[in-house]
Design a protein around this ligand. Structure first.
Ligand code: F6R
Ligand code: MG
Ligand code: MG
Length: 376
């Protein structure tokens, strides 16, 4: 059976700052999806990661289907009403359009979707990250799909040895999408040359070269490209099909033990390590650290199993301790150097006012270095 998996996510308001949505808000979104989805959907799950609500849906209307996107948009609007009525912080923050127009792409919410013929057993993982942006998935995807040091399947399984096609988007480009297709392993260095710059180049999808099947769909929206200014971080979601012709679940999870530094954290303006956390976890230290959740499912004829919380296992407690150490190490250097993002990635632009104000106080010395000032 051919099905489509769609996950749409948005920050529509949260308790106590940017920590987590309220139960009433989450329940409202769930209620709307269950009610309106009776005819359109086969199944759905609503979850949250930090201050973002993710709606996972299975259906047969394909990628970018108006009815599906509109339903999610309406659920986010209804959730926003609850957020307003409860006085939650940032109510409706990611809903950047006044009216729905065909598809939520370019309207604020993040989207990841893929259509495929269900395998006999169809396991996949929904990843959702908060207090960071879509480039956060570059490193784990590179390792899982292109690095045999991480993924022994690239050596051991003939289907994986044929490699994977990476579709990478230039997210700095405005207007029509600017994308490139590169093949691992032949294009490995070219893929690496792009993915090393996660604020500009982001993995949009990955495909098996053996079967032509899609393995990964990831959200790539940059809110500041939509709103013309920063309105929040573009906390990403991603769907990854696993096993058989794709990397094993554990091969996809392993790179998250690195706790790699990503853009985000406090005021969306810092470099902080990404911490894998259990499902439905909020944020805390320094409005972070940036977090990622993983919900593993199987789907059969569009019906979802219960999720398994992949980062709840005790192994990840040790990783979390190490990531917390990394986070505090970086914070010890305050705003200096690598701790804070470069100017064009800061979510707050107030510093440019300060710098503009200093501009007229700079002067050019006419004849090289001045003589030493006289001591008072
Ligand atoms: C992401 C997130 C942050 C905020 C940022 C600025 O979910 O919540 O990136 O957008 O911390 O928020 P304000 O300006 O409300 O403090
Ligand atoms: Mg937020
Ligand atoms: Mg968020």
């Amino acid at each position: 059976m051919e099905i489509t998996l769609s996950v749409l996510k948005a920050d529509i308001g949260s308790i106590g700052g940017h920590i987590q949505p309220s139960t009433a808000l989450t329940e409202k979104v769930r209620e709307i999806i269950q009610h309106k989805g009776r005819k359109q959907l086969i199944d759905s799950r609503v979850s949250w990661t930090g201050d973002d609500i993710a709606i996972l849906m299975t259906h047969q209307q394909g990628v970018g289907a108006t009815a599906i996107h509109e339903m999610a948009w309406e659920a986010f609007l209804a959730g926003t009403e609850v957020a307003r009525s409860e006085g939650l912080y940032g109510a409706g923050q990611d809903l950047l359009a006044d009216a729905f127009s065909g598809n939520v792409r370019g309207m604020g919410p993040g989207v990841a979707e893929m259509t495929f013929q269900e395998r006999d057993a169809e396991p996949f993982v929904l990843f959702a990250a908060d207090k960071t942006d879509p480039g956060a998935f570059n490193l784990p995807l590179y390792r899982a799909f292109a690095d045999p040091m991480n993924t022994p399947g690239l050596l051991l399984s003939p289907a994986l040895t044929e490699g994977f096609r990476f579709v990478i988007m230039d997210v700095a480009h405005t207007g029509k999408d600017r994308v490139i297709e590169l093949e691992a392993p032949e294009d490995l260095y070219r893929i690496a040359a792009l993915l090393r710059d996660p604020e500009r180049y982001v993995v949009e999808s990955i495909w098996s070269r053996h079967s032509g099947q899609q393995a990964v769909a990831a959200s790539t929206s940059r809110l500041h490209n939509i709103a013309g200014k920063y309105t929040g971080k573009d906390d990403p979601v991603m769907l990854v099909r696993v096993q058989k012709d794709f990397p094993a679940t554990g091969e996809i999870l392993a790179p998250f033990s690195t706790g790699h530094f990503v853009a985000g954290g406090m005021r969306g303006s810092h470099n902080m390590p990404l911490m894998p956390v259990p499902l439905n976890a909020g944020t805390s230290y320094f409005d972070g650290p940036p977090i990622v959740t993983g919900a593993a499912f199987c789907v059969h004829e569009g019906k979802l199993t219960d999720p398994v919380d992949v980062f709840a296992h005790p192994f990840w407690d040790r990783v979390r301790d190490q990531v917390a150490d990394k986070a505090m190490d970086m914070r010890r250097q305050g705003f200096f150097g690598a701790a804070m993002l470069p100017m064009d990635e800061l979510e707050y632009t107030g510093i440019t006012t300060t710098l503009d104000g200093l501009d007229e106080r700079f002067r050019i010395r006419p004849d090289g270095p001045e003589p030493l000032r006289q001591a008072l």
